[in-house]
Design a protein around this ligand. Structure first.
Ligand SMILES: [Zn+2]
Length: 385
């Protein structure tokens, strides 16, 4: 149990200085990120005009105002501004700023769980054939249904006669959707939806995944023609399973055996850098060759990803929000410290509420110490890491 004793006044000044520093960085970074949103705002406006859809008009407006107005309590004499609110658009698909915030939140939530399961952890990528703009929405929706089916088989909820899935001891999984695309939006194979998964198996015999000895058409990579990737029996099994499920062919021992080739899937030991793949964006504002997203891409992705969840957790990774006791303890302590800082400031003067443009507030940062509750909490959470 964490105990809190009121610190001496000097400590308050030190804490205020510390949070002011990280708050300033947070504001500056956010400001930089939203300045990259201009193209997305233009696309939303154009799409809104075409569709005459009030939802899209709102979206354009929200993305345009993301991280633009900051409300703070200003302590004029002490030259401190306490940020209480900022406008956010909550567009986690296209807004660079909100995307970063949700990534941070996800890493905070899932990293301790991944570390805890490191011993059993693999990185699995599941790929479908590329698709056209017209098929993207259907394919993304279908992938999610098929994945549920795959999980049911792996967790032995759906049993396959004479095929032993128990031996893999599936513990749980976090799956993350990503859609990349080619520069020509009219290309019949323009879009490449795929899943990155952090997946856990408690194997008696780890060689079922580690022993890679099978060569097939997926062994060669166009981008890297000299490299040959070999697959394990388990990977080939997943490749075939995904093919059968995708085409609605019943998963039986006979169908698995007679299926010559599946879809491209890989399962490898989880490396630290794989976490980035899992928690990054659902789609990028640049194509496979780093050229900016075209308006046609934007429309197709907006439609296909509308109300789609990027991250889905299963079994050992499935935890209801705010279930972490030690984090909640820290939160309570941070709240308490924050209240004491405010009491300390309030003792000298009453603050005045003010709404600033972020650009003005950043100018103010030369004269004022800008603080926020969020940054204090971060400072406390660091103790945990
Ligand atoms: Zn935003």
């Amino acid at each position: 149990v964490l105990k809190f004793r009121p610190p001496p006044k000097k400590t308050f000044e030190k804490v205020i200085d510390d949070i002011a520093q990280s708050t300033r960085k947070h504001l500056r970074d956010g400001h930089d990120r939203v300045s990259n949103n201009k193209m997305i705002v233009r696309y939303y406006k154009r799409y809104a005009k075409e569709q005459k859809d009030p939802v899209l008009i709102n979206k354009a407006h929200n993305v345009q105002n993301c991280f633009k107005y900051i409300t703070s309590d200003t302590y004029e004499m002490q030259k401190v501004k306490n940020v209480t609110k900022c406008t956010l658009c909550h567009d986690y698909k296209f807004c660079a700023n909100c995307l970063k915030m949700i990534q941070d939140a996800r890493i905070n939530k899932y990293m301790p769980m991944l570390r805890d399961k490191q011993k059993y952890l693999y990185h699995m990528t599941i790929t479908n054939p590329n698709c056209s703009e017209e098929m993207l929405k259907r394919d993304v929706a279908k992938m999610s249904e098929c994945f549920t089916h795959l999980i049911e088989i792996l967790s032995c909820k759906t049993k396959i006669k004479d095929v032993d899935f128990k031996q893999y001891n599936f513990l749980g999984c976090i799956r993350s959707l990503e859609v990349t695309y080619k520069s020509n939006p009219k290309h019949s194979e323009c879009y490449h939806p795929h899943y990155h998964c952090a997946i856990c198996f408690d194997l008696d015999d780890e060689s079922v995944i580690d022993n890679k000895h099978i060569k097939n058409v997926y062994s060669r990579d166009k981008k890297n023609p000299d490299k040959i990737t070999l697959f394990s029996d388990f990977e080939v099994l997943i490749q075939k399973l995904w093919y059968l499920i995708w085409h609605g062919i019943s998963v039986t021992k006979k169908n698995i055996e007679s299926q010559k080739l599946g879809y491209s899937c890989k399962v490898d030991r989880f490396k630290n850098k794989d976490a980035v793949e899992i928690f990054k964006y659902m789609t990028k504002v640049t194509d496979e060759k780093d050229r900016m997203m075209k308006y046609e891409h934007f429309k197709a992705l907006y439609t296909a990803l509308y109300r789609k969840k990027q991250i889905q957790a299963y079994k050992c990774f499935y935890k209801p929000a705010d279930g972490d006791v030690s984090k909640n303890d820290i939160k309570a302590v941070a709240d308490e410290v924050y209240q004491q800082i405010l009491d300390y400031l309030n003792e000298i003067e009453r603050p005045k509420q003010q709404v600033d443009l972020i650009s003005d507030l950043l100018e103010d940062a030369r004269q004022y110490k800008i603080i926020s509750r969020r940054k204090l909490l971060k400072r406390h959470l660091k103790v945990l890491e």
